[in-house]
Design a protein. Structure first.
Lengths: 111, 125
């Protein structure tokens, strides 16, 4: 299966909002609401930030939000902070083939 | 809060079999409510899902790796394991174990909600 497509990099200034896109197909992302987002700081394991399109786990800042339209999911970070500088990956689980697919990853830089 | 910890050799020779174990604490690998998963990340690259095990023996894996992947569970040690055969330099990566709920409850299902810290495996002679 092909990876989901994300922009290689997105940057923003402190306090601004940025959005990361995750483009899939009707088989991955479009037909299912099992899209999640992960944050990964250098040398660290990925951390779940958003699940099932727009749900935040306990302890994750409400500055992180998710959405989906058609075959594209998005992660928005509002009130950008220096600590948000990291790599972000989307992922889709498909209940038909019961496999996971990850996005290509986006490096977020706070300038 | 469940905790996962990967362990295994950090260096494997080409054509040999990579073997890793994930030790689970604060949860049970016997639980049919979760997928116990393996994911890997080549240095400087993105994440790749390898496969998972559930119900103490049912498995599913990435079609691209399926012929080389074996995932098993040891309920007596509360561990699950990964074997990847016929490795090449392309299998050099950080290998993570993780857990995901199998059933939807309160909007939560299938997300990889807990991860181990990862272990680097290098394939080299």
């Amino acid at each position: 299966q092909s990876a989901l497509t994300q922009p290689a990099s997105v940057s923003g200034s402190p306090g601004q909002s940025i959005t990361i896109s995750c483009t899939g197909t009707s088989s991955y992302v479009g037909g299912y609401n099992y899209v999640s987002w992960y944050q990964q700081h250098p040398g660290k394991a990925p951390k779940l930030m958003i699940y099932n399109v727009n749900n935040r786990p306990s302890g994750v800042s409400n500055r992180f939000s998710g959405s989906k339209s058609g075959n594209m999911a998005s992660l928005t970070i509002s009130g950008l902070q220096a600590e948000d500088e990291a790599d972000y990956y989307c992922s889709s689980y498909t209940s038909s083939s019961t496999i996971y697919v990850f996005g290509t990853g986006t490096k977020v830089t706070v300038v | 809060q469940v905790q996962l910890q990967e362990s295994g050799p950090g260096l494997v020779k080409p054509s040999e079999t990579l073997s890793l174990t994930c030790t689970v604490s604060g949860g049970s690998v016997s639980s049919g409510s979760y997928y116990w998963s393996w994911i890997r990340q080549p240095p400087g690259k993105g994440l790749e899902w390898i496969g998972y095990i559930y119900n103490s023996g049912s498995t599913n894996s990435n079609p691209a790796l399926k012929s080389r992947v074996t995932i098993s569970v040891d309920t007596s040690k509360n561990q699950f394991s990964l074997k990847l055969s016929s490795v090449t330099a392309a299998d050099t990566a950080i290998y993570y174990c993780a857990r995901a709920p199998r059933y939807c409850s309160g909007g939560s299902c299938y997300e990889l909600d807990d991860w181990g810290q990862g272990t680097l495996v290098t394939v080299s002679s």
